[in-house]
Design a binder for this molecule. Sequence first.
Ligand code: MF3
Ligand code: CO
Length: 255
Amino acid sequence: MIIIKSQEALSKMRASARILKDTFRLLEENVKAGITTEELDRLAYEYITRSGGRPSFLNYNGYPASICASVDEEVVHGIPSKRRLEGGQIVGIDIGVFFEGFHTDAARTFAVGKISPEKQKLIDVTRQCFFEGLAAVKEGARLGDVGYRIQRYAENNGFSVVRDLVGHGIGVSMHEDPNVPNFGTLGHGIRLKEGMTLAIEPMINAGSYHVKWLGDGWTVVTCDGKPSAHYENTVVVTKEGAEILTLRREEKADG
Ligand code: MF3
Ligand code: CO
């Protein structure tokens, strides 16, 4: 069942997203060679709870941390640990915030120090995949158009789209209907309606799209060991297009 959000619900989601955006600002300043992903997790936990929110991921199906931190060939759901980030790596950070009854969810992939041109292209294309998909979003559009556009942009750039994980509706619960695949067929899928809230989250691999789960039950890695990037925002479907709840003003300039 898809939950359409009222104006009141949307203002609470904007407040939830505000905390999430500020948490990202803090983490981005701290993503550097030498920091551990556990330290980043701690910063996020402290910031979210001091703001009156709760980290959506903590204890979700037993998940043991507040953020996911996925390095290089880790696609998503990397568990923060004592591992120190090293120059040349890319790290996908995924954060969920629950505030006043509503969840928001966003992810970014950051460079640690100087990275290879191929990793930079992967980060840039993954971000642009989100905006390509978003361009299809508006009242009455088909969900398949969103996935189609994401897939086309990734593949035209020589990358592949993860099939085993998808985006999702979000709000009252972290995962609501509908599923939002990053692949699809034009003219297929449900029709979007004003007030739907979606987490659109391309997961793009430099090599093949095949992924597997590590023994910790969470970390998803590429089967070929090549890097993967993740970019996610929580958005609201509107009559004319979409409102991106989790995008900071300073991120829009280069968008
Ligand atoms: N952004 C991820 C998702 O949409 C967050 C889930 S991580 C978990 O599934 F730990 F909470 F599961
Ligand atoms: Co998500």
